[in-house]
Design a protein around this ligand. Structure first.
Ligand code: GLU
Length: 486
């Protein structure tokens, strides 16, 4: 049975690329009827960031990537947090020392720094010079007995190549052994490095496929050699090409939002993000773009993961999000948008029936255009609060026109007299005023919009006027008289 794992390190708020790795693992597990395991790789205590694990799990839950084994749910290979498994790694490292496949290294950090400086000056390969590999067992034992601190290093083969087959790149990848130094497996504090803990756990947790970002590919010679030294069958490996910005550089803050929790806050929908990320580096085989979870799941396979970097277009993600927002029912849409207005204090936490009905009238006017839920506040604030500022350009353009005073008076008078404040009726009024003034349509439509909303763009004017209702409309038109400059 397929068993895959997502093995995040809690070193900060997760990057969207990291969550894409989780998604691909989840998709593969679910498509194959296998298990999706989450394992927290938290042995690097220097890089540990409190709150990070919570953010990672939040991201998974938000995307609805459920895990079969891991934090909170447990499982037959518990614990799923590496800091609670330290003993297993220590035993493994010492076993390799006993078998002569690894050794204790007593080199102090000053010596290593000195060595590195010399290597840099001589422009030779940077890496441990293997001094302690040549140390006799007796000397090592004596130094240990003396209380000297040591790390355990893996004894890499000194020649030859190490290779493995990559399921995404669809080829055998080779590494020259001389280029990999005798890396540290166990640090002097008894904590393992990533390489040791990662393969011990992948083995003990019976992982069948390791799917992770390309940046880990350079670890392969170490991992393959470790598996070999331990006499364990390695899993299959699939390295996912990186996410890039449109400029071809590694996706970073420069390109826009990259932290997953920020995307959530800005108002992306889980379905949109799921759809978009699935297509970042995987293709259904044609140029379909909008795909439901079910469709993606039914088509997902490793051989359609592309072996070239995927370009992350924020605009495309927004466009896709807009599509999913338009698909929402009124109920879903209200439930998704109201919290933004409440958080900003535009609407109270508890809505009375009247306010709710009003919100249900006005918020859908932006459903067509909304691309991010978070944009709802600025787009619709004017429905709930009198505009405090007015689009300067639009005011400069329209409120110096000679017909504006007459226009405002005529609108006020006719709207006041209007009984049915429907979009059709308000349109009729606007058209009458246009005809009466004898000006082009825009010369009434644009200044009226600015007067009512403060904005130069927005929903259809007639819908907007009807939704605002007579009282607000008349009050705002009265107020707009102050802006007239002729
Ligand atoms: N802990 C590593 C990370 O943060 C896991 C890499 C792997 O999947 O082997 O990405």
């Amino acid at each position: 049975m397929v068993r895959v794992r997502y093995a995040p390190s809690p070193t900060g708020s997760p990057h969207v690329g990291n969550i894409r790795t989780a998604l691909f693992n989840w998709l593969f597990a679910r498509a194959q009827g296998g298990k999706f395991i989450v394992r927290i790789e938290d042995t690097d205590r220097n890089r540990f960031v409190p709150g990070s694990e919570e953010d990672i799990l939040l991201a998974l839950r938000w995307l609805e990537l459920d895990w079969d084994e891991g934090p909170e749910v447990g499982g037959p290979y518990s614990p799923y947090k590496q800091s609670e498994r330290a003993e297993l790694y220590r035993e493994t490292a010492h076993r390799l020392v006993d078998e002569g496949k690894a050794y204790k290294c007593f080199c102090a950090s000053e010596r290593l720094a000195e060595m590195r400086k010399e290597q840099e000056a001589a422009k030779t390969a940077i890496g441990y010079d293997r001094r302690c590999r040549r140390m006799s067992k007796e000397e090592a034992a004596a130094r240990e007995a003396n209380g000297e601190a040591y790390v355990i290093r893996f004894a890499m083969p000194l020649e030859g190549v190490t290779s493995y087959y990559d399921l995404v790149h669809k080829k055998e990848v080779e590494f020259k052994n001389v280029l990999t130094d005798d890396f540290v497996m166990l640090k002097s504090d008894g904590f393992p490095t990533y390489h040791l803990a990662n393969i011990v756990d992948d083995h003990l947790m019976e992982i069948t496929h390791v799917m992770r970002a390309d940046e880990w590919m350079s670890s392969m010679p170490r991992h393959v050699q470790l598996y070999r030294a331990l006499g364990w069958e390695p899993p299959k490996f699939a390295h996912l090409p990186l996410l890039m910005g449109p400029d071809g550089q590694k996706l970073s803050k420069r390109h826009g939002t990259v932290q997953f929790t920020e995307f959530i806050g800005e108002g992306y929908l889980p379905d949109a993000m799921f759809n978009f990320l699935a297509l970042c580096g995987w293709s259904p085989g044609d140029d379909r773009e909008i795909m439901s979870r079910e469709e993606i799941l039914s088509l997902f396979s490793l051989d359609r993961i592309l072996d070239r970097p995927a370009v992350f277009h924020h605009d495309k993600l927004k466009w896709m999000n807009g599509h999913y927002i338009r698909e929402m029912s009124l109920e879903q849409y209200m439930a998704a948008t109201l919290p933004y207005l409440q958080k900003e204090g535009v609407l109270p936490a508890e809505l009375n029936a009247e306010t709710r009905a009003y919100a249900e009238r006005v918020l859908p006017l932006e459903q067509e255009k909304l691309r991010l839920l978070g944009e709802i506040t600025e787009l619709t604030r004017f429905f709930f609060e009198e505009p405090k500022s007015f689009d300067e350009k639009a005011v400069a353009k329209w409120f110096g026109e000679t017909h504006i005073s007459q226009m405002l008076d005529a609108l006020i008078q006719r709207f006041n007299a209007l009984e049915n404040f429907t979009p059709e009726e308000t349109e009729r009024v606007i058209r009458e005023v246009i005809a009466w003034l004898g000006v082009p349509n825009g010369h009434v439509i644009h200044p009226t919009r600015v007067a009512l909303s403060g904005r130069a763009t927005g929903p259809s004017l007639f819908d907007m006027i009807a939704a605002l209702g007579k009282e607000r409309v008349v009050r705002r038109l009265e107020k707009a008289k102050q802006m007239v400059r002729v």
